[in-house]
Write a protein that binds this ligand. Sequence first.
Ligand code: ADP
Ligand code: MG
Length: 449
Amino acid sequence: MTSPLWQAVLGEIELSVSRANYMTWFKNTSLVQQSDELIIIGVPNIFIKQQLEKKFNDIFITTLKNNGITPNRIEYKIVAPEAKNLEIEPILSEKIEPNRMSNNSSISQAYRQGLNERYSFDNFVVGAANELAFAACQSIAAVPGNKYNPLFLYGGVGIGKTHLVQAVGNELVRNNPGFKVLYITTEQFVQEFVESLRTRKTNEFATHYRSADVLIVDDIQFIAGKEKIQEEFFHTFNSLHQANKQIIISSDRLPKDIPTLEERLLSRFAWGMSIDMQNPDFETRCAIIQIKAQTNDVFLPNDVVDYLATNINTNVRELEGALNQLLAFCEMRSLEPNVDIAVSVLGNSHNRPKHLSAKQIIERTAKHFQVPVEDILGPKRDKDIVIPRQIAMYILRSELHLSFPKIARELGRKDHTTAIHSVEKIQKAAQLDSSLRSAISEIKERLYA
Ligand code: ADP
Ligand code: MG
């Protein structure tokens, strides 16, 4: 039996969220324990638990408060579902984790290790910035190991590298059941390798990767500075390449810009095709927003699409994040999205630099390039000091919107025209130079992390 309090709480929540949200997240909750200290809410599974904790905790607090309850803490506990709820569980988890559900057998698991069905060619929007990469990936999906081997995709964070390389993997598995497609992030590769050293199973490790039909290695830049792994990867690469197996590599920069990448790997990567992915242009950004809104069953008026595409022009991940924020906000309050709401919701998140100081920016930039802060603030004119200094100025301008005289002062310069030139220079150079772009976005990511 549901308690009267819980009936009241759910009744109120039902009125304030969308039907889809209510049915998915709230309907099957129950009140397990209630005291002034603590409310324990029963939930049917771990996934719902996480979502409620992450996204809907506040709505419980508010609604409980409306019903005269102000506990110090709310906890969520998984309780066995009542018989009537049993049927909804598999449907839900299937939707969320298609891989795990459909691949319980260890064989099919191994054939498509690491792939996530969420990424497909169908839901990838093609524009000038990524059409080359898209075409190459499609061609590989049709005939692997032939034309572009290895394929080396590079570009800044959040612009769709993982999406595309995963899409190739998914398409290949779909068309070639039994094909052994391995997707792995370089971080995982490193971890597994270290683990295999520890457990003395390096042979198994090597055999596993060398037996792939297609090997997809994401974010290879993380291999920098790791000699042993580079060596291991070199052998894996050779063995696969000799057997005409397809290798796909992604990176946030060109091979030559990955510090300490061994010469022999560098030359291997150059055997195939390197393709640069850029941040999508305005039209593509609009299309991406529309497709994502559609996937969420939400209608977005054109001016909202416009607003998002104009104001969030860093990368697709941020664009997606902003859209999700907007949709969540509207859904929780049962509002139709409009520009005013978008401005108020995203205006907030884009005031992010609140607690970011000029000092932090300068320090983070210095750290990124491994040069002393004193040098950046000092008189040195060496190239490896001047460029970080200019980038720091650029970020001060783009993130804190400081005036040029102020930027100059922060960097210990007297003349503010230096700041103007520096910012302009970096702005221009970043358009052409993808490694510069990724350096800047990495510094920014760290700043906001
Ligand atoms: P990267 O690996 O380059 O950092 P991701 O592939 O993770 O970037 O992309 C970030 C997010 O943006 C993902 O959710 C991805 O699905 C989405 N995305 C990126 N590019 C596109 C695109 N052209 N069309 C649709 N979604 C995209
Ligand atoms: Mg990625």
